[in-house]
Design a protein around this ligand. Structure first.
Ligand SMILES: Cc1cc2nc3c(=O)[nH]c(=O)nc-3n(C[C@H](O)[C@H](O)[C@H](O)COP(=O)(O)OP(=O)(O)OC[C@H]3O[C@@H](n4cnc5c(N)ncnc54)[C@H](O)[C@@H]3O)c2cc1C
Ligand SMILES: NC(=O)c1ccc[n+]([C@@H]2O[C@H](COP(=O)([O-])OP(=O)(O)OC[C@H]3O[C@@H](n4cnc5c(N)ncnc54)[C@H](O)[C@@H]3O)[C@@H](O)[C@H]2O)c1
Length: 471
């Protein structure tokens, strides 16, 4: 068996692993990248890209049905589900070269296409070779969790790994799990003409600000998605095309089943005991993403056991590259990491929700807000659902909840403010073009100052005095 000696060995070629490999190789470190499945990982092949492409198809269908208020006669669109999936696959194919083996080999990375397993704290085996590295980066991501629901093993079901290969439009899609995957795919399928039932064991979008989640859920229901909360799926029966799910004392009938109940971190194949790498839900890491038990090992992205987002995996990658290449103490923070659920309306969050911030900051917390129905562009576009709520401590925004049209784009302004530790004044003092949805953020920031300025008798008195002395 060949022995490859290298500076860095990255396991997993998804968002996190690719960021590390591109960084270390281009900065001169000998880098080996091992991928057992598809280059690009979950995001490209089974996650963000296909789900957002399907959502785009669904938006087109929805637009055709909803022109009435604008004087455009609504029509029921003819949906070619297989063609919508062709669009999904075309989006993947278009992006794939950026994540490809060829591109990474062009950057000087040695790519091995196999599943890696540790044989000792400093060696893994893959592709018929032993790879000994100064640093390992575990970037193995996660897979759909299959819950222990009675009968689930005996019926055909979809997960995010198979959904986008399905070319037959579900007559009635039952979705178990009302998290981001469940809600995004439920609404997209409803818009593509399917009946859809979501079965959620707790609260749908339960990790989000409850008030914002309600805005999304109300819209989903108005569009015809049936959402059942506090309905833990207990039993699944049936066969292809005829599925029954029992949850919360009710039985729901459908033609197809999507299981979206969370993720399991991909650690099984790694033989972590041989590497002396402690793990729980993910790899046990310190604030620099370093294994607490084997200092040559880092973990990034989903494998690090925290939040699960592509941009977080990319950020982790950047921090680990700084640490490996320059020995910098690059910690991985979460206070400035945004997340977006791409339902309509979109729900975006950065930092703590109001309830979370209240627990930490108590009376020091001030919450300012503005509504989309006060924003001229939203009114002009007829998209007035939603609000922005900003959690402020000592004049600094520490958290933002935004639900409304394009909230995922609009939250970027707050990502900048929070990551750069800007005061609220930076937003209220920025001149934004009129009319734009972004002005909703400026309005919320302005609310913080307007009550200090305009509701303050001392300011009024001083203003009056100054007027009397000025020429
Ligand atoms: C349906 C869906 C929609 C999503 N939408 C979004 C979104 O809109 N925005 C967002 O930010 N996030 C989204 N996510 C989450 C996002 O996809 C993940 O957080 C991200 O892909 C994590 O990147 P990663 O590099 O940690 O892991 P992954 O992308 O999962 O990559 C890990 C790679 O490691 C490989 N691997 C595993 N074990 C081994 C081994 N032993 N040896 C070699 N290779 C191995 C796997 O084959 C895989 O290719 C979505 C997820 C899903 C499922
Ligand atoms: N837009 C995005 O950024 C985006 C989109 C999709 C997924 N993701 C990532 O992928 C991760 C996984 O998403 P997810 O939606 O699968 O997981 P999730 O953990 O966020 O939600 C799963 C839901 O399933 C419910 N559930 C679990 N078992 C159940 C049962 N037996 N019956 C009924 N309900 C049950 C849970 O209560 C929970 O609400 C997310 O946390 C997120 O990080 C991100």
């Amino acid at each position: 068996m060949d022995l490859i000696e290298t500076d860095v060995c990255v396991i997993g070629a998804g968002s996190g692993g690719l960021s590390v490999a591109a960084g270390t190789a281009q900065m001169g470190a000998k880098t080996v990248l091992i991928e057992g499945g598809e280059m690009g990982g979950d995001c490209l092949n089974y996650g963000c890209v296909p789900s957002k492409a399907l959502i785009a198809a669904a938006e087109h269908a929805h637009a055709l049905r909803s022109g009435g208020p604008y004087g455009v006669a609504p029509v029921e669109p003819q949906i070619d589900y297989a063609a919508a999936m062709d669009h999904v696959q075309a989006a993947i194919r278009t992006i794939a070269p950026v994540d490809s083996q060829e591109r990474f080999e062009g950057l000087g990375v040695r790519v091995i296409r196999d599943w890696a397993r540790f044989t000792s704290p400093e060696e893994v085996e893959a592709g018929g070779a032993r790879i000994r590295a100064r640093r390992f980066v575990i970037a193995t991501g996660s897979s759909p969790m299959v819950p222990p629901i009675d009968g689930l093993g005996d019926v055909p079901y979809l997960t995010n790994e198979t959904l986008f290969e399905n070319r037959e439009r579900p007559r009635h899609l039952i979705v178990i799990g009302g998290g981001p995957i469940g809600c995004e795919m439920a609404q997209a399928h409803r818009r593509l003409g399917c009946e859809v039932t979501v079965i959620e064991g707790g609260a749908a979008l339960g990790k989000e600000d409850a008030e914002a989640a309600q805005v999304v859920l109300a819209r989903m229901r108005a569009e015809g998605v049936k959402v059942f909360s506090d309905a833990q799926a207990e039993k699944v029966e049936g066969r292809a095309g005829d599925i029954a799910v029992t949850a919360g004392g009710q039985t729901h009938q459908g033609s197809h089943l999507l299981v979206a109940v969370g993720r399991r971190i991909n650690l099984d194949r790694l033989n972590l005991d041989a590497a002396n790498v402690a793990h729980d839900r993910g790899i046990t890491v310190d604030d620099r993403l370093r294994s607490t038990t084997n200092s040559r090992v880092y973990a990034v992205g989903d494998a690090a056991g925290g939040m699960q987002f592509t941009h977080l995996a990319g950020y982790h990658g950047g921090q680990v590259v700084r640490s490996i290449m320059f020995g910098l103490r690059a910690t991985a923070e979460t206070r400035h990491i945004p997340r977006v659920t791409y339902t309509a309306p979109e729900l975006a969050q950065i930092g703590p929700t109001e309830a979370e911030a209240r627990q930490v900051h108590g009376d020091k917390l001030e919450v300012v807000r503005a509504a989309f129905d006060e924003n001229d562009r939203a009114i002009a576009a007829g998209e007035t659902e939603g609000f922005v709520k900003v959690m402020v401590v000592d004049g600094y925004p520490i958290g933002v909840t935004m639900v409304g049209a394009q909230a995922g784009e609009l939250i970027g302004l707050w990502s900048l403010a929070i990551s750069q530790k800007l005061k609220l004044q930076a937003i209220s003092g920025t001149v934004l073009p009129y009319p734009t949805l972004n002005e909703v953020s400026k309005k919320a920031a302005g609310a913080y100052f307007s009550k200090r300025l305009f509701d303050n008798p001392w300011v009024k008195r001083a203003g009056g005095l100054v007027q009397r002395v000025l020429p």
